[in-house]
Design a binder for this molecule. Structure first.
Ligand code: FAD
Ligand code: NAI
Length: 475
């Protein structure tokens, strides 16, 4: 006998578990299926984000930043540290504990919201009258029927052709987050978000890090001025980033990995490293869904084809998060999950793609929302720009972290904020004000007129808004 549900969610990452909670809040009978296993084989909902993505990477970024501070910056504060040590096992163990707290938190939320959780792989069997039959295989062996199906099966790391991940020498994000010791020499392919975050973690802990990037520009999606400022800071830290390279043969041996590449000048180089992290993007994951059984349409990249409302080609089947088009971000997946649950309930769920913030959690942090200066130029939009350096911010000086700036881009005629770009301390938190402002279609003057606490980093945001009108007070 199959169990009947109003909504069956396949995938328990940020897209799936949040969709399940919202659907339950709206009065539906909901099931969520997730196959992720912890080390003991038990359920570990939360997807890539919780298990091998956002959460563990931020835990290690925090631990490694503490080490970096104690090693290099405490002295400026008159604090002497003798016999500073590093226990990678404890650091990784703490990260695992943080992950488990989040897994358990989601299991608790399933209970609290009366969501039936099934631990196993969900796949389509067939369309049935008024819904779809879904088989669960794994720890839970069940057949479910859902009137509405939400697919949130996420993504997997992309491997270099001919070089599969072995997670010993050639690492994806998974292996990169659980190295047992600091490699003496670490190579990374791809200086995108993962390359910079993971490269930073292991550099701070003592690895000699080289990042090989195929494109000639550094962080091409980021505002050029901000990317330039960030690159300067990374260079100073000793994070070696080579742009415009062509990666050739990769050989692994007992000693490590050798990467043959051609640099931007056309010179052939062999890079010998102990470990290699490949961070060249991610591929949508529909493996095991048995999409053929129901004729679910995929695009040439393997992503599920959806319209602006996350509807697939099949009636009653929706898809959200990394498995569909758009940025691969946890908060984007969550927003889509909530919007789909609301649409199923006949409400007008909405995701504003123009105000999705991006954050790179390096030091300095990089965060932005809206369009970059180069995009505005390309689009022929008349704009005004205002910047304010953290060097002139009292709180940043007190913190001892004055790298970077806040940058505002506003419409030349209406003063509406078109983009805000930050490189510097706590950019990840500061960007929220810009997101709210843009969501409410605020002008730069609106921010400039708002009282900001003193001394705070957020004063740099106000000052950058003032700079749009060339009237900064402290610079
Ligand atoms: P996922 O989180 O991938 O979840 C999908 C889930 O579905 C998984 O648990 C999977 O096991 C399960 N599943 C798949 N197929 C089936 C099936 N057939 N049956 C049952 N279960 C199935 N984003 C940010 O916004 N901020 C960050 O700081 C950030 N840091 C990141 C760091 C790293 C190292 C990586 C790799 C990613 C990071 N991301 C970050 C991206 C973020 O993790 C993803 O955008 C997000 O997890 C996508 O959510 P999702 O729900 O679409 O998919
Ligand atoms: P990415 O798309 O951010 O960067 C990949 C980089 O690899 C690009 O710069 C690309 O030009 C380069 N590249 C591709 N093929 C190459 C090749 N053959 N040789 C050399 N360079 C090559 O992808 P990444 O870093 O793997 O991360 C995947 C996604 O995960 C991100 O796009 C992001 O959506 C998400 N993520 C988000 C984080 C955050 O929000 N803080 C943190 C980490 C990941």
């Amino acid at each position: 006998m199959s169990q009947q549900f109003d909504v069956v969610v396949i995938g328990g990452g940020p897209g799936g578990y949040v969709a399940a909670i919202r659907a339950s809040q709206l009065g539906f009978k909901v099931a969520c299926i997730d196959e992720w296993k912890n080390a003991a084989g038990g359920p570990a909902p939360g997807g890539t984000c919780t298990n091998v993505g956002c959460i563990p990477s931020k835990a290690l970024l925090q631990s490694s930043e503490h080490y970096e501070q104690a090693n290099h910056h405490f002295a400026e504060h008159g604090i002497t540290v003798k016999g500073l040590g590093l226990d990678v096992g404890t650091m990784i163990g703490r990260k695992d504990t943080v992950v488990k707290q989040n897994n358990d938190g989601i299991l608790y939320l399933f209970k609290k919201n009366k969501i039936a959780f099934f631990h196993g792989r969900g796949s389509f069997v067939k369309a049935v009258e008024g819904g779809y039959e879904i088989q669960v295989a794994g720890a839970s062996e069940e057949t479910l029927v859902g009137k509405q199906i939400i697919i949130a099966t996420g993504s997997n790391a992309r491997a270099l052709p001919g070089t599969p991940f072995d997670e010993v020498n050639v690492l994806s994000n998974d292996g990169a987050l659980r190295l047992g010791a600091v490699p003496k020499k670490l190579g990374l392919i791809g200086s995108g978000v993962i390359g910079l975050e993971m490269g930073s973690v292991w550099r701070r802990l003592g690895a000699e890090v080289t990042i090989l990037e195929g494109l000639p520009t550094f962080l091409g999606a980021v505002d050029e001025q901000i990317a330039k400022e960030a690159k300067k800071a990374f260079d100073k830290q000793g994070l070696k980033i080579e742009l415009g390279v062509k990666v050739g043969e990769i050989k692994t041996s007992k000693k490590g990995v050798s990467v043959a590449y051609t640099n931007a000048k056309g010179e052939a180089i062999d890079l010998e490293v102990d470990k290699l992290i490949v961070s060249i993007g991610r591929v949508p994951n529909t493996m095991g869904l048995n999409t053929e059984a129901v004729g679910l349409q995929l695009d040439e990249r393997g992503a599920i084809v959806v319209d602006a409302d996350c509807k697939t080609n099949l009636p009653g089947v929706w898809a959200v998060g990394d498995v569909v088009r758009g940025p691969m971000l946890a908060h984007k997946a969550e927003e889509e999950g909530v919007a789909v649950a609301e649409r199923i309930a006949g409400q007008h769920g909405h995701v504003n793609f123009n105000t999705i913030p991006w954050v790179i959690y390096t030091s300095p942090e990089i965060a932005w929302v809206g369009r970059t200066e180069q995009q505005l130029k390309a689009d022929g939009v008349a704009y005004k720009a205002g910047t304010f350096p953290f060097l002139a911010n009292g709180r940043a000086r007190a913190l001892g972290d004055t790298t970077g700036m806040v940058k505002f881009l506003a419409d030349a005629t209406t003063d509406e904020i078109l983009g805000v770009h930050i490189v510097g301390p706590m950019a990840s938190e500061l960007i929220a004000e810009a997101v709210v402002a843009m969501e409410f279609k605020a002008s730069a003057e609106d921010i400039a007129r708002i009282c900001h606490a003193h001394p705070s980093l957020s004063e740099a945001t106000k000052e950058a808004a003032l700079a749009v009108d060339k009237r900064t007070l402290n610079f």
